[in-house]
Ligand binder design. Structure first.
Ligand code: AMP
Length: 216
């Protein structure tokens, strides 16, 4: 199983690309954002509430919580997948080092880190128009990726919502957190000689095809 990391700012299209790749490749998609949203929604505990609040503001959830979710997923996924695509993890250098060490325990390493390059002004437009299905996680956009019926998920019929962290007052903070904590990972993976840059602007199918080429 080839372990792939997909990097890019919030709104760069990591989830959209991953949703396309799972249809064409034997690929397991693990989104830490999706895992955390499910954990926060399914338990009425102080911990779940604090995770939900951290996410709403666009801050990072603790490295320990997210790390344990990723380790659990790595343990669950076996030979049925050719690719294991990590989306949203790592998000800082401490997480990247943790992932590297965990994989090394099993003689494994990240095969490729793909960076979806998208200019800042495009990111803001994408995030503020994004609508998400809370039932199945599918993503839409009010202008560029409209569902067939307004407000209804094409995939499962769920009612589309705006994620609380996509509200305008939280978008700027998420982009700031990305610049401050996550952007340095490009250098981290470049140093290891495994960074692939993909232009993340354009038609979603074409971007997904470019990512597929980069990881093969
Ligand atoms: P995403 O769906 O990737 O945009 O993630 C949504 C939110 O989940 C982020 O803004 C963080 O609050 C949290 N999150 C996701 N992945 C991580 C991670 N690797 N480390 C810390 N927090 C994370």
């Amino acid at each position: 199983m080839k372990i792939i990391v997909i990097l890019g700012a919030p709104g760069s299209g990591k989830g959209t690309v991953a949703a396309r790749l799972v249809k064409t490749l034997p690929l397991k998609h693990v989104s830490t954002g999706d895992l955390l949203r499910a954990a926060a929604a399914n338990a009425d505990t102080p911990l779940a509430k604090s995770v939900a609040e951290t996410m709403r503001k666009g801050e990072l959830v603790s490295d320990e919580i997210v790390g344990s979710l990723v380790v659990e997923q790595l343990g669950k996924s076996g030979a049925e997948y050719e690719y294991f695509l990590l989306d949203g993890y790592p998000r800082n250098e401490k997480q990247a080092a943790f992932l590297e060490a965990k994989l090394a325990e099993g003689g494994r390493k990240v095969a490729k880190a793909v960076w979806l390059e998208v200019p800042q002004e495009v990111l803001v437009g994408r995030l503020s128009g994004r609508r998400t299905c809370p039932k199945c996680g599918a993503g839409f956009h009010v202008e560029t990726m409209k569902p067939k019926v307004e407000g209804v998920c094409d995939a499962c019929g769920g009612a589309l919502v705006q994620r609380p962290d996509d509200a305008p007052e939280n978008v700027a903070n998420r982009l700031k957190v990305y610049e401050a904590k996550t952007a340095s990972l490009l250098g981290w993976y470049e140093q290891r000689g495994i960074l692939a840059r993909v232009n993340g602007v354009g038609e979603a199918d074409a971007i997904a095809a470019a990512v597929a080429d980069a990881i093969k």
